[in-house]
Design a protein around this ligand. Structure first.
Ligand code: NAI
Length: 255
């Protein structure tokens, strides 16, 4: 039995991942800002104080853990507060993971949730992603505020995927594997909210997929659970796209 921290565990992909890991006999510490039957730590990860509080409560519950799945996040739409978006999606994941690092056992693994918007939204502002990687949250929030949610969102996810690549070797020396899983359109409340977007909501139905359907959170959870597992021992510092073939359709010349 391993012990995993799953953020965003009250809904969607996080809830499906927590359920799957529990069904395989693992203990899950569920973290979310929303209440839920299986939420052990209520915390708002959008600000440093909430992340510090979450880390300290997680350490009280389990001084040693085997891994983290950082699912907590919000979508990027027309009315999204993009400063808040980068605080939740990028810093809410990376700062909490860094805080919990000393308690992760050798042989452990961390998965962050990127998005296939990294490859299907080629016009996202890479500059914003680079600013995020510098780690100055106030500066990053100011830069993010200049962008529409549909652009800030993939930038926040690209930054997560790059963060994984940059830190993978260092963490691997401690026996911890860092990776990202990048879902495509997956049926969750986040996508239901995106459908209400006054400018882009209608376009979601035109989103290409080789399978001709959206993903289910349980399908993404299977890949996350694999990436955490010993069977993925050689999977390090990469982004696994789980999107029913959207990336293949949009980028036929990319390996
Ligand atoms: P969801 O909306 O169903 O669940 C997100 C969870 O994060 C919610 O329980 C919410 O309360 C929590 N959360 C949001 N802000 C928080 C905060 N400040 N502090 C603590 N918890 C907070 O979303 P879904 O679809 O399950 O998404 C999970 C992750 O997967 C997100 O990072 C999202 O960006 C990513 N993703 C989702 C895709 C999709 O199509 N559903 C596609 C690509 C990536």
């Amino acid at each position: 039995m391993n012990i995993y921290v799953v953020t965003g565990a009250a809904s969607g992909i996080g809830a499906a991942t927590a359920q799957l890991l529990r069904s395989r006999g693992h203990r899950v510490i569920g973290v979310d800002r929303s209440a839920g039957e299986r939420i052990d730590v209520r915390a708002d990860l959008s600000a440093p104080a909430g992340r510090a509080e979450a880390a300290s409560r997680i350490r009280e519950l389990a001084p040693q853990i085997d891994g983290i799945v950082a699912c907590a996040g919000i979508g990027g739409g027309t009315d999204t507060d993009t400063a808040l978006l980068v605080s939740i999606n990028y810093f809410g994941a990376t700062e909490l993971i860094e805080r919990l690092r000393p308690g992760i056992r050798a042989g452990g693994a961390v998965v962050v949730l990127a998005s296939n918007s990294i490859t299907s939204s080629p016009a996202y502002p890479a500059h914003l992603a680079r600013v995020l990687l510098r780690g100055d949250e106030a500066r990053a929030r100011a830069v993010a505020g200049r962008f529409h949610g549909a652009l800030a969102y993939p930038a926040s996810k690209a930054a997560l995927a790059w963060w994984v690549r940059r830190h993978a070797a260092d963490w691997a020396r401690d026996g911890i594997r860092l990776n990202a899983v990048a879902p495509g359109l997956t049926t969750t409340p986040l996508i239901a909210e995106r459908r209400e977007d006054r400018l882009f909501g209608d376009r979601l139905d035109a989103y290409p997929s080789a399978l001709g359907r959206e993903g289910r959170p349980e399908e993404v959870a299977e890949v996350i659970a694999f990436t955490l597992s010993e069977q993925a021992s050689l999977v390090v510092g990469t982004t696994i796209i789980v999107d029913g073939g959207t990336d293949a359709l949009e980028n036929p010349y990319r390996p």
